[in-house]
Structure formats: C-alpha cells, structure tokens
Design a protein around this ligand. Structure first.
Ligand code: GDP
Ligand code: MG
Length: 368
C-alpha cells in the first residue's frame, strides 16, 4: 500500500516538518521526518492544517492498477514469444531465419528495422518475437515485475545437448509460469542426436508427446531452414491452448522492451502494447518519463497510426530514455502524465540521495 513520509507531506502541504511532528505528538505518535504515514493519517494531518490534499500517492496507485475488463470486451491477441537457450545453440540464427523466411513470404523488399521485437505472420495470424538477448532481458523484466512473455522457445543444439544456460532458461521459465516449446536445433549436423536431447530434458519434466508427456518438441535447422513453419504452427497451437486475450478498446498499457537516445530523433523506445490501443497523440508515462506519441514505427520501419495488444512499436515522443522493463501507460491528459513522472523523479532522487548518505555513513564508519 502507498504511504507518504512526514517530510514529503510537509513539503506537499507547505508546512514545516517540525510542525507536523508536533501535531503528531499531540495525536500520540512519536515519529521522525522519515516516518511513513498512511493515507488516513496524512489526510487527517492535512485537514489539521486546513489543507485539501489531493493525495498523489493514491492517484498513483489507481493509475497503475489496470482496470478489470468485462469478459465480452476481451479479444484474441497474438502470442509473445522469447527465445532462450545456451550460448551458440542458435538463438540468433533461429530468430533471423524465422524473420527472413517471413519477410520473403511477405512484402518483397521490406526493410527490417531492429526494434527489439518483431511480428511474423502465418495463415493470417501473428506471432510477436522478442529479440532482446534472452536471459538478461527476461530476468531484468521479471525482476521489475513485468510479464511480457507468453511462450518460451527453448533452443537446444542437437549436437551439444542440455547445458548450464539451458537449465537456467528452464528454471526462469518455470518460475515465471511460462510454457516451454523445445526447438532442437542443428539437426542438419551429422553428429546431431535429437533423441538424446529429449532424454536429457525428461529430467526437467519436459517430456515429448510421443513419450507420453505434453511438451511440444520441434526438430529444426536454423541454418538450413528446416521445419521453421512447423515451429510457428506449434506456437499458434500453444497460443490457442492458452486462449490469449486482451481488451483493445481502452487506453494502452504495455512494457518498454528497448530504449535508446537516437541522434536525430531523440529518445526512442520500443513499446510492447499489452492492453488497449496506442494511438498517435496519446499522452503517456513510462518509468520516470512522460511524453506524447509523435510517431510510431513497426518492425519494418513503416509508420503506423495505432498499435493494439501484443504489437511492438517504436515510439517517438519521450522526454527522456526509459528503462527496459518499465511499465508504459497512456493517459487521457498531459497534466496527469507530467504529475506522475515528476512524482517518480522526486522518488528516484530521494532514493539516490538516501543511497549516497548511507554510503558516506559507511565510509565514515570505515574510517573510525
Ligand atoms: P546463439 O549464441 O544461441 O545466438 O547462437 P548463434 O545463432 O549465434 O549460432 C551459433 C553458431 O551455430 C553459429 O556459427 C551458427 O552459424 C551455428 N548454427 C546456428 N544454427 C545452426 C544450425 O541449424 N545448423 C548448423 N549446422 N549450425 C547452426
Ligand atoms: Mg546470439
């Protein structure tokens, strides 16, 4: 639950912290300036000083909460897939192969842009791939509470088998509750042993259907482009089982997948829209930054006017560079977006200040 410190409240209502502390003492609370106050106490105190406080902290919570959707407002959405696996087992090759195959099948001569994610289409249905470096992005985003991945493709090289990062990937996926599809890669190699990989993965509870389990296995070669459509079909099948849905008819919410400062365009970030629809002109907040959507580009570099659930778009219009994993929320008005961003910036400064003062205290003790 949100709270506000004595010091913050004092600042917000424009009174001395010592005066607040004195009133609190009268109420029987012996507190310091950093003491957190719940909303009721804060409101009571503000009233004591005859201020009407619009409690920003509470507003924050309301804004951050996603409004529950009526079941009938939910529509099917594409799945969002992350490829994970041990180094050199072919993650990048597989991503590239899937993308190129699809680009060729799609519009001829389409120039692809690196935006950290891309969408492919099979039988008129879309799949979104995140191509940020697997584990780190996945864990960093999870650490921030962002859930962006619906399905993990675990790449295991048929000539190498289960390796440390394979295990890590399995553990991360399981911890996040994300289903795994196994892509046994490099089956073009003479030394490939796909059956051995299946055997090894049994120990982790990943048992293929032919062996009585329910994990989907696909044998592929990223290099020779073997069975890639099969892999995509299996992803669509898994997505059907999961019955992935979102409400496209509301303000957009999503997650920052990648962000950078572009020389010509200023701060740009790839937003994976997860609910609602993002449109040109929308105000938004992401982490400590606010902005307004000036332009949006898809993974082919085409301008788009709107982006619905599971669609990744590069957004231009940030006032600063957000962090990957930051929650992106579009808001009806600029004032709110600014207010939240500045509140968060203040919070961030306070945390950093606290870190610094703690450090200097530790340094002081070191010297004694
Ligand atoms: P990553 O570290 O998991 O991203 O692996 P890469 O995609 O960089 O691939 C590592 C190496 O394996 C590269 O030399 C690729 O050319 C090779 N490689 C990837 N996929 C295949 C495949 O299907 N067959 C063969 N023979 N080599 C592959
Ligand atoms: Mg790679």
């Amino acid at each position: 639950s949100e709270s506000i410190t004595v010091g913050e409240l004092a600042k917000r209502i424009g009174v001395k912290a010592t005066d607040l502390i004195r009133v609190l003492m009268k109420m029987g609370m012996m507190v310091t300036i950093n003491h957190p106050l719940d909303v009721d106490t804060a409101t009571l105190l503000a009233a004591e000083f005859s201020y009407e406080i619009e409690n920003v902290a509470i507003d924050m919570d309301e804004v951050l909460e996603s409004t529950p959707d009526e079941p009938e407002s939910l529509k099917k959405r594409p799945s969002v897939v992350t490829i994970m696996g041990h180094v050199d087992h072919g993650k990048t090759s597989l991503l590239d192969a899937i993308r190129e195959t699809n680009v060729i099948a799609g519009e001829a001569g389409g120039i692809t842009q690196h935006i950290g994610a891309y969408a492919v289409e099979l039988n008129g249905r879309k799949i979104t791939f995140l191509d940020t470096p697997g584990h780190e992005a996945f864990t960093a985003m999870r650490a921030r509470g962002a859930k962006v991945t619906d399905i993990v493709i675990l790449v295991v090289a048929a000539d190498d088998g289960v390796m440390p990062q394979t295990r890590e990937a399995i553990n991360h996926s399981k911890a996040a509750g994300v289903p795994i599809i196994v892509a046994i890669n490099k089956i073009d190699k003479p030394e490939a042993k796909p059956e051995r990989v299946k055997q090894e993965l049994m120990e982790f509870g990943l048992v293929s259907e032919e062996w009585g389990g329910d994990t989907i296995f696909v044998e592929v070669s990223a290099k020779k482009r073997v069975n890639l459509p099969d892999l995509l079909e299996m992803i669509l099948l898994q997505a059907d089982v999961m019955d992935l849905k979102a409400n496209p008819d509301k303000e957009a919410r999503g997650t920052i997948v990648e962000a950078k400062l572009d020389r010509g365009r200023g701060p740009v970030a790839t937003v994976l829209v997860q609910e609602g629809t993002l449109k040109i002109g929308d105000y938004f907040v992401a982490g400590v930054h606010f902005g307004r959507v000036r332009a949006m580009l898809n993974d082919r570099g085409d301008k788009v006017l709107a982006a619905g659930p599971s669609m990744p778009v590069e957004v231009i219009g940030f006032t600063g560079v957000p962090d990957a994993g930051d929650v992106f929320i579009s808001l009806p008005d600029e004032k709110k977006a600014k207010e939240i961003a500045s509140y968060r910036q203040q919070k961030l400064r306070e945390t950093e200040l606290a870190k610094h003062s703690k450090m200097s205290l530790e340094q002081l003790y070191d010297k004694i």
